[in-house]
Design a protein around this ligand. Structure first.
Ligand code: HEM
Length: 567
């Protein structure tokens, strides 16, 4: 015996849905409240069910029916109101883009289901031009003026909601509060002084030589080197040293460490789910047992334990964590800073490895594809002390090769989301001032910026000489910011450049590099690109190369390790 008229209840629920949108949800950010909202919604549904069943005496089936009718009517009212508002009244309604993208970010989740957001963005650019509404509150702008405008000096933009993805974890690169970021950044900067870098370089040299030895063994056994494993094992081992004063032992064991496997599995979430950080919050708080969420949480737990051990460790050579721990000890806030230390340790590992490794993979892909670059590098490195970073810093072709790799194959292909200030800002796109309304997420994908023929001649070709002898091939370099710029720029740039220069110099002088099946019709980088995933950082597919030991070496090899980048 249903005791209430469902039609009235449904109408009331629809109205309530519309009112809650227009009265409450239309303002501010709600992604962090998503778990609480889901909980409240579920509790209210339970209250309706119990009220129907126990208080009004309806049987279970009709109580369930009434409850689901009311709940779905409320949701229908709420989401219809949101959809109509976003399409017809929203401040971004006039910007071009796919219809569904203006209604919901689930459109983007679907587009990114294979983890190739960089290709999605490219398709959109070709179809809609430089400004695209890629989300209800989001504009993707592919114009070289954007990076300096949103990140350069005097920018009033902040980091967008995406950076809340991993909360409650906090770290330098994810905090959205400018004062908190600036205070933390001052501490990090101490860990990247010229003196500190010289100590790190010793470790880099040690691991790079182990890498070269392992590669030599593979050459003797006539086995391919899958650089998409080996360069990752190398960079993660090095960053393990910098974060926890212990390596992951992957170069030694020739296999992925379980914690790194978990971390990379969890990172793959960022491919399809980056557009919906609120869903990550629901997953962390409501379904922590779910398979990939569980992996992420166990990886975080593992890192916390390692950081606990690291804090109690005495190290003879300061690593990156040393500077962070030292600052907390001096302030007497070691316990209070534990969350920061845990989050920053994960940052060292991810930011340091997941960027250098793909860059090395792509650099060696290009070296295998075009051996003339190996010849040019060899003559440039001839007679040089490659162990002296200052010498490598002066190698113009080596630097150009790295720059061109970072341009054409950016390790952060689309990431780096910013938010316009509440009052909005004007960006001079193609000569016209375009007003971007307040609190809009702005995306400026490096992958697409690199492919603008208006910025680079033969933009989709790998031509390092555009950075040296053919400067006319760079028509507009404003969009080239592989390490970002301004307040949120990469703190590890000098370390990364030193590391990449050394590894390339070492391996090129020791080995001739070619595709594994250079003379047959085997893979020549097809899998590298086919399986390339954009999960904030680029995750390349498999690439088998042949490293053939050279018979003569052309460099001097004295161990005088110094920092290669001016402070
Ligand atoms: C090829 C190598 C690298 C590239 C291309 C690169 C690129 C970037 C980019 C684009 C950002 C800005 C990200 C954003 O806006 O969200 C960034 C930030 C950052 N990077 Fe790197 N990175 C590299 C290597 C490293 C290394 C070796 C470290 C050292 C551990 C590092 C640590 C960081 C940190 C801590 C931030 C956040 C800085 C801040 O917010 O103040 N990166 N990096």
């Amino acid at each position: 015996m249903p005791s209430t008229e469902p039609i009235h209840l449904c109408a009331g629920a629809v109205a309530l849905g519309v009112i809650s949108h227009l009265g409450i949800f239309i303002r501010g950010e709600w992604h962090m409240q998503a778990p609480a909202l889901v909980t409240v919604f579920s509790l209210l549904a339970l209250v309706i069910f119990f009220a129907e069943h126990y208080y009004l005496g309806a049987d279970i089936a009709s109580s369930l029916k009434t409850t689901s009718l009311v709940a779905s009517s409320y949701a229908a009212g709420l989401f219809t109101s949101i959809a109509i508002y976003r399409r017809c009244f929203h401040r971004l309604r006039h910007f071009p883009g796919p219809w569904a993208a203006g209604v919901t970010k689930f459109w983007h989740v679907w587009q990114c289901r294979t983890g190739q957001n960089h290709l999605v963005m490219e398709e959109l650019r070709k179809k809609y031009g430089p400004i695209i509404r890629t989300g209800p509150e989001e504009l993707t702008i592919i114009d070289p003026v954007v990076p300096p405008t949103v990140d350069g000096p005097g920018s009033t933009c902040t980091k967008a909601v995406w950076y809340d993805f991993l909360l409650p974890e906090i770290a330098l690169n994810t905090t959205r509060s400018k004062p908190a970021h600036d205070a933390r950044r001052r501490i990090w900067d101490r860990g990247f002084s010229t003196k500190a870098l010289a100590v790190y370089q010793e470790r880099v040299v040690e691991y790079a030589e182990t890498l070269a030895t392992r590669i030599e063994e593979l050459d003797r056994e006539d086995k391919p080197v899958n650089v998409s494993d080996w360069f990752y094992w190398f960079t993660f081992d090095v960053m393990g040293e910098f974060a926890f004063a212990r390596s992951f032992g992957m170069l030694r064991d020739e296999k992925w460490h379980s914690a790194v496997k978990l971390l990379r599995k969890a990172m793959s979430l960022l491919g399809p789910f980056s557009p919906v950080p609120w869903l990550a919050q629901i997953a962390f708080y409501i379904t922590p047992w779910m398979y990939i969420v569980k992996d992420w949480l166990s990886m975080m737990q593992w890192c916390k334990q390692r950081m606990g051990e690291r804090i109690n460790m005495k190290v003879s050579k300061p690593d990156v964590s040393h500077w962070l721990i030292d600052a907390s000890i001096k302030k007497g806030s070691l316990e209070a800073d534990r969350e920061w230390l845990n989050g920053d340790a994960v940052t060292i590992i991810i930011a340091g490895s997941d960027t250098i490794a793909p860059t090395l993979v792509f650099a060696f892909y290009e070296l295998a594809r075009n051996p003339s670059h190996q010849t040019t590098l060899l003559s440039e490195l001839h007679g040089l002390d490659i162990y002296n970073p200052t010498h490598l810093l002066r190698c113009t072709h080596l630097n150009a090769l790295i720059n061109e790799t970072l341009r054409l194959h950016p390790p952060v292909p689309t990431g780096g989301y910013r938010q316009s200030p509440p009052s909005g800002l004007t960006i001079p796109i193609s000569g016209d001032g375009v007003f971007i309304p307040g609190n809009t997420t702005i995306i400026s994908p490096r992958y697409s910026l690199a492919r603008l023929e208006s910025s680079y001649q033969n933009a989709d070709q790998f031509i390092p000489e555009r950075w040296t002898t053919h400067p006319e091939m760079v028509k507009d370099a404003r969009g080239f910011a592989p390490f970002s710029q301004g307040r949120f720029n990469c703190v590890g740039k000098a370390l990364a450049m030193n590391e990449m220069r050394f590894v390339i110099a070492l391996l090129v002088t020791k080995f001739e590099i070619a595709f594994w099946d250079n003379d047959g019709d085997g893979d020549k980088g097809e899998r590298l690109f086919k399986d390339l995933r954009d999960q904030f950082t680029a995750a390349p597919g498999r690439l088998d190369l042949r490293f053939k030991k050279r018979t003569t070496t052309t460099t001097t090899t004295t161990m005088t390790v110094q920092s290669g980048e001016p402070e």
